[in-house]
Design a binder for this molecule. Sequence first.
Ligand SMILES: *Cc1c(COP(=O)(O)O)cnc(C)c1O
Length: 377
Amino acid sequence: MTTNSTLLGGGISVDLDAITRNWKAIDTISGQALTAAVVKADAYGLGLRAVSRTLYQAGARFFFVATPDEGVALRAALPRAHIFILDGLVPRTARDYAAHNLMPVLASMGQLTEWLDFCLNRGEAAPAALHFDTGFNRVGFRMKEAELVQRELSQTRFEPQMIMSHLACADQPSHEMTRKQNGLFQGILNLFPDIPASLANSAAIMTSKDYHYQMVRPGIAVYGGRAINSRSNPMAPVIAMDVPILQIKEARIGETVGYGALHRLRRDTRLAIVGIGYADGFFRSLSGIGGQMGGKVAINGALAPILGRISMDMTAIDITDVPGFVQPGDLVEVLGPNVTVDDVADAARTIGYEILTTLNGRFPRRYVNVPNGVSID
Ligand SMILES: *Cc1c(COP(=O)(O)O)cnc(C)c1O
């Protein structure tokens, strides 16, 4: 998956040095707080092993994944990291978590009871964190369960490693929901004095020190994505993607392009058909239909709009105004210096997170600027 190539050509490159710089920049912002790294979903689609080893080398020691299976894979890559499982404790798997030294982020009374019973039976506490739902309404103990949790724990000698919660609106820094959730979180922390706390994702880290507590949990910013919608993105871009041109054709004014014959050409147009489609995660919502602007790619440094519907494996682009000589086999920039992850996200009416985790398809991934001492196998 790292250095293999395809007959088709094109590919994805992931800049591991940019990941290092981004993590270190966040670590500087977070000051006294420990900077963890969120590497769920195959490190946001960039490759769990290479990315997590890069982050460990940069100094990260605490890692978050979603599922216990991701945790097992991460443990194989990083024997000594501290690993939290954000999905919580999957019923009847406590023994597996402990066998791989994975810490569940416990989120319900059922999970807490199962974990405490497991610890009692083995005669030894196994570390875990607690997640309180301060208003997101995703996983987490309900606010009103906090005292019950505290009472349950006071009857054991079990001390959670960490108390955490997650913000719903951190990407909009002035949203009142964030202050409200933070207030509720502080109320919870009063019940668990001296236990480390964690609240901030990338956006909250950049918003205020008030949200840093003892550990911050950045994901998207490490991978170069924009965390805060209304601001320019300070992070270094990490991913680039090039795909080949299959064919070039001169189409005439009045002809239509693609399925549904929905886009009618308003001028004679030089089209390039490129070898990427929605099966590669190239969002169909990037289609350029009628007057409606779709996505863009770049070629020879110039932007070229997508014309007509994106199909499963192919996309038509307008290269009429692209300077220089273009021929089949030339590579088109889908992501890179001229087309950022967030440009694509905006055009597809989604977020950079979905672009990173979805847009990869059939293309081989190559790691560039691999830090010294990092093994990417
Ligand atoms: C995904 C996730 C994060 C990371 O969020 P980013 O916005 O990518 O920084 C942090 N905490 C939790 C609980 C998450 O699910």
